[in-house]
Write a protein that binds this ligand. Structure first.
Ligand SMILES: *[C@@H]1O[C@H](CO)[C@@H](O)[C@H](O)[C@H]1NC(C)=O
Ligand SMILES: *[C@@H]1O[C@H](CO)[C@@H](O)[C@H](O)[C@H]1NC(C)=O
Ligand SMILES: *[C@@H]1O[C@H](CO)[C@@H](O)[C@H](O)[C@H]1NC(C)=O
Length: 271
């Protein structure tokens, strides 16, 4: 049903040089948003996730001299502004809200990797997130309550290699991924938690449709953990069946191998 809706939406879109779609409200998870960047009349970057930021900031203590660190919890509201850029090996997603008091940027890159397995080096193409940045303005008074010396700050990661995914796939992860960004505000650490993710920054084949999913390891493990009781139950059942049948055969065999008792009592005489 979602697909149909998306397809009809795509039909409505006029092909411009660069368009940015606002599909917030389509996701069933209220915290999860859909972000779409379109270029040349087709989707070139698409992401769905829920995200939360924990941003420390200074406030003046009651004595008017000391500084205390408070923490603002920020999430992306519905109807955030989406922008982006698509390239063949580099893409970007920019999400802004509250009149650009907050801008969250995710930078993606595509690269060739040699995966060594039993001596044979194999070259595969992957994409990954190589940088995450949050620009925030502590003058924004609904989240930063009486911030000391308010102003604009930039927090980023450097040399990040996250969500490494084979090219041509979308990355899927229900489990939470946590990143720490270092802020220009006295090197404070900002925590970014992203969960319920599906994301694809390159090689989207059809408009508004993710390519084949590549699941994160935690989700794979979770799947295994859910399967484990079933598998163990099956193994146990099998062991019981084998034990019972072995026992059964053993009884039959030993019965067959027992020396036949002479039927005729007179035979005993000769023994
Ligand atoms: C869109 O078209 C322009 C010009 O034709 C091209 O340079 C650009 O790479 C295209 N973008 C995508 C995402 O294909
Ligand atoms: C997205 O939609 C919301 C309402 O659903 C609107 O307030 C907001 O301005 C839109 N953003 C863009 C970039 O169109
Ligand atoms: C931060 O927000 C305040 C209040 O909204 C605004 O006056 C100021 O220009 C903003 N700073 C920057 C660098 O955008």
């Amino acid at each position: 049903m979602d697909l149909l809706l998306l397809l009809s939406l795509s039909a409505l879109c006029v092909s411009a040089e660069q368009e940015v779609e606002n599909l917030s409200g389509l996701s069933p998870n209220p915290d999860r948003d859909i972000f779409v960047v379109r270029e040349n009349g087709t989707t070139c970057l698409m992401a769905e996730f829920a995200v939360k930021f924990l941003i420390p900031y200074d406030v003046l203590a009651l004595n008017g001299i000391d500084l205390i660190t408070e923490q603002a919890s920020v999430s992306v509201p519905r109807g955030a502004q989406i922008a982006g850029r698509c390239g063949s090996s580099e893409s970007e997603l920019h999400i802004s809200w509250i009149n650009h008091a907050f801008t969250f940027r995710i930078f993606f890159s595509k690269e060739k990797r040699t995966m060594g397995s039993d001596g044979k080096a194999k070259e595969t193409e992957v994409w990954k997130i190589n940088k995450v940045q949050l620009v925030y303005n502590t003058s924004e008074a609904t989240h930063f309550i009486s911030a000391y010396n308010p102003g604009k700050h930039i927090a980023s990661t450097h040399h990040l290699s996250a969500l490494v995914t084979p090219a041509g796939h979308s990355f899927v992860c229900a489990a939470q991924q946590t990143l720490t960004l270092i802020s220009s505000d006295h090197q404070k650490g900002i925590t970014v938690s992203i969960y319920d993710i599906q994301i694809q920054p390159f090689d989207i084949k059809s408009d508004f449709v993710f390519s084949e999913p590549f699941k994160c390891i935690t989700d794979q493990r979770e799947q295994l953990e859910q399967m484990l009781p079933l598998v163990l139950g099956l193994i146990l059942g099998l062991i019981i069946v084998i034990t019972v049948s072995v026992y059964h055969f053993h009884l039959k065999l030993s019965a067959a191998q027992q020396p036949q008792l002479p039927r005729d009592r007179s035979l005993y005489k000769n023994m």
